[in-house]
Design a protein around this ligand. Structure first.
Ligand code: SF4
Ligand code: SF4
Length: 356
């Protein structure tokens, strides 16, 4: 299973859609448990993937190193804002299977959401580590009203990332990000997805699979009949807070449906398959592919049903575009241009949630 470990609640940035450091009422800023106790818990799972998370996890590189040396995990992942990537010793960098770096696309868009100068600092660190890091380097965007999905993805594809992933800035927290969500969806986001899908299909015909994670992840679900919530929250993905509590989803530590006990009183086997999405997802025609998109959004309808349905409209559009791509993928596999396994991405739960 995947364990998302909060190394700290502190963050050195304060992005518009996030708010930065997690309040102490939600979770203590620093780790309160002994790594030995965490090791005892993780050791009960022979198939553990560890993802370091925060706050900004690379503010606590020493903790990360200790855990990488002690925890019996098959894979290590980090989700970072990228600003301290050059501080990670090469030996540890090379042991990370996946590094997800937060960057929101073009310079003006990234700096608008994340703070002036952030884009250049992040790109500089990414270019530095790219020379020595040969694992999967993923650009991770939060997509909001200033984002033009086509332009942001195209821009990130020109940087030395292997894959591009994004989440829509919807439902997490009511903020002032949106003034006209409907027209953004109609005039910018959905047409942008169509343009990207056209490009993706064209490149497939040229023998190349562009690293656009939502496309790859949906095609994988279609070809390999993967079902259920794509991020795995509450099924086989859990977060461990700095005080040793276990959450189904790393965001929203304060919600009771999300609290599953702690590393001292539970074993991995007790928490597997412990939370699932509710209606309307289970009876939705898109459920076999969408899987309910996001457990948090399903439980906390912070935008009400009207907002929930609008977001489902983006899923409907995206899946329709990928149905079109699937036909081409199957044709190309039949003609020997690709192997089925070429479309097995992500190869393990690397914290990309697939459906934005
Ligand atoms: S499209 Fe919406 S209702 Fe349907 S499964 Fe996905 S999140 Fe649930
Ligand atoms: S997709 Fe939703 S439920 Fe899954 S990890 Fe992200 S916020 Fe949590």
């Amino acid at each position: 299973m995947l364990y998302i470990i909060f190394l700290t609640g502190v963050c050195n940035l304060r992005c518009r859609y996030c708010g930065g450091t997690i309040p102490e009422e939600v979770m203590p800023h620093e780790i309160q448990y002994s790594i030995e106790d965490l090791k005892k818990f993780i050791s009960m799972d022979n198939d553990a993937i560890i993802a370091f998370y925060g706050g900004e996890p690379l503010l606590r590189i020493n903790y990360m190193k200790k855990m990488m040396d002690l925890l019996p995990a098959k894979r290590f992942v980090v989700q970072t804002n990228g600003l301290f990537l050059d501080k990670v010793p090469e030996e540890y960098l090379s042991r990370l299977d996946t590094i997800l770096v937060s960057i929101d696309g073009r310079e003006e868009v990234t700096d608008y959401y994340r703070g002036g100068g952030v884009y250049h600092m992040v790109v500089d660190k990414v270019q530095k580590i790219r020379k020595v890091y040969h694992g999967d380097l993923i650009a991770r965007m939060a997509v909001s009203q200033e984002s033009d999905i086509y332009k942001e993805v195209m821009h990130l594809l020109s940087l030395p990332f292997d894959h591009i992933h994004w989440q829509l800035n919807v439902v997490w927290a009511p903020d002032e990000s949106w003034t006209d969500f409907d027209s953004w969806l109609r005039n910018s986001y959905n047409p942008g997805i169509t343009r990207l899908a056209n490009l993706w299909i064209e490149e497939l015909r040229n023998g190349r699979i562009l690293g656009i994670v939502p496309f790859q992840g949906i095609i994988k679900r279609m070809l390999f009949n993967e079902t259920g919530l794509p991020c795995g929250a509450g099924r086989d993905s859990f977060a461990i807070t700095t005080d040793g509590r276990i959450l189904a989803c790393p965001i929203g530590g304060e919600f009771s449906w999300n609290e599953l006990g702690d590393i001292w009183s539970k074993e991995p086997g007790d928490i597997r398959n412990s939370v699932d999405v509710d209606e309307p997802c289970k009876s939705c025609d898109l459920y076999p592919i969408c899987g309910g998109r996001c457990l948090f959004a399903n439980k906390e309808r912070l935008w009400g049903m009207e907002g929930f349905n609008k977001i489902c409209g983006t899923v409907r559009h995206l899946i329709a575009e990928m149905q079109r791509a699937r036909d081409v993928v199957e044709e190309l596999i039949a003609h020997g241009k690709f192997k089925m396994e070429d479309f097995y991405y992500p190869p393990f739960n690397n914290t990309t949630e697939i459906i934005p």
